[in-house]
Write a protein that binds this ligand. Structure first.
Ligand SMILES: Cc1cc2nc3c(=O)[nH]c(=O)nc-3n(C[C@H](O)[C@H](O)[C@H](O)COP(=O)(O)OP(=O)(O)OC[C@H]3O[C@@H](n4cnc5c(N)ncnc54)[C@H](O)[C@@H]3O)c2cc1C
Length: 337
């Protein structure tokens, strides 16, 4: 691979126990599109252990060359070792941009890298363009209500990109010839914390995945006691589960195993009731493909309403008990919908 190519765009994916992580899935295609837009050459970077197979698959499906940074301590995502390894590639390739998927672990690696290189880091990028030699990056703020454009003139730019950003609207032509996949072993530097495993919390996963109806609550619940309202509504249905936004889970109102979104579970039930959830992109990433979405929110401008099929502009503390009351009037005792 050529070095010192100022047009290089490094796309850093991650593997978990020898498999490409879900967040890295469409990174390869995004790399092609971004590199095309920035007039550069995409190079994929994967950290992991025993990751040559996913690297070859990634390279073949996206049509990019891939460098694997290998170490046993990277079997599970290791942000500090990823940052050190990528810093070495930045010295070698002098890239214009280094892109990570917008996941919790990749955000840690991106922040560490930007600190090491003393360059800006922009997170949760949704669109990218170039104007007068500056990167123009769009990102959502205030739970998706406003869109902010950030202009950055220094390189390399470190950024985390939202799923779908830069995805080609037309399929990108992938070369028939295999592109190089280079395996490099990371040095045995002080690793800091070594990630040992990732708990998948199978039980909660299954309950949420199988449920036909998901009743989800956010910070709009207001108090932990109000979370009980979600249970009374879920009990109306034969196949239902209670879930929450990260806002509600971080406050301890619902268990983290029930968090829906980019850093939680992904669900696509027949009915998703979003109660007091603003609709931040990270939450939408985990539920926007639900068949029917009903938003219950006091704010008519909440981002959730843009993806919802039906909206109830009302205090959930009034609406949910009224819904339950109607259900009890209309159905025989104990009969579930
Ligand atoms: C790297 C990263 C990963 C993330 N991953 C996730 C993730 O996986 N899942 C996730 O959910 N978030 C995630 N987030 C956080 C996300 O950006 C938002 O901060 C979070 O989703 C907001 O939670 P919320 O909608 O409950 O709270 P808020 O944004 O505070 O929204 C509360 C909503 O409730 C409404 N409301 C208030 N009172 C009432 C009432 N009485 N009745 C009805 N409505 C009411 C308000 O109008 C508002 O719309 C992530 C963030 C980052 C940076």
């Amino acid at each position: 691979m050529q070095s010192s190519d100022r047009g290089t765009v490094l796309m850093v994916g991650e593997t978990i126990d020898g498999r490409l992580s879900a967040g890295s899935g469409d990174l390869g295609k995004q790399a092609l599109k971004l590199a095309e837009r920035l007039g550069g050459r995409p190079v994929g970077v994967l950290t992991g252990y025993g990751s040559d197979e996913p690297a070859r698959t990634w390279s073949a499906s996206a049509g990019i060359s891939v460098i694997v940074l290998e170490h046993a301590r990277c079997r599970f995502p290791n942000p500090s070792m990823t940052a050190s390894g990528v810093a070495g590639l930045v010295d070698e390739y002098a890239p214009r941009a280094v892109c990570f998927p917008h996941t919790m672990r990749a955000c840690q690696a991106a922040a560490t890298l930007s600190w090491r290189l003393n360059v800006p880091c922009v997170t949760a990028v949704e669109a990218i363009a170039e104007k007068n030699g500056h990167f123009e990056l769009k990102r959502s703020i205030f739970g998706g209500k406003l869109c902010r454009t950030v202009s950055v003139g220094t390189t390399p730019l470190v950024m985390t990109i939202m799923p779908g950003t830069g995805s080609p609207s037309m399929p990108t032509a992938v070369p028939d010839v295999p592109l190089p996949v280079a395996i490099r072993r990371l040095p045995d530097t002080d690793p800091g914390a070594i990630p040992r495993r990732i708990d998948r919390r199978k039980e909660a996963d299954q309950a949420l995945k199988k449920a036909q109806v998901v009743v989800a609550g956010g910070r709009g619940l207001g108090t932990p006691e109000q979370a009980g309202l979600l249970d009374t509504v879920a009990a109306m249905f034969k196949s239902a589960a209670v879930a929450g936004s990260r806002g509600a889970c971080d406050l301890g109102w619902l268990p983290h195993s029930r968090q829906v979104g980019e850093t939680g579970r992904t669900v696509a039930p027949a009915l998703y009731l979003a109660c007091g959830i603003s609709g931040a992109p990270q939450h939408l990433a985990g539920m926007r493909t639900s068949q029917t979405i009903v938003a219950i929110n006091t704010d008519p401008d909440a981002a959730m309403l843009k993806v919802a099929h039906y909206a109830v502009i009302e205090d959930l503390g009034r609406f949910l008990p009224a819904l339950r009351e109607q259900y009890e009037k209309m159905t025989d005792k104990g009969r579930r919908l």
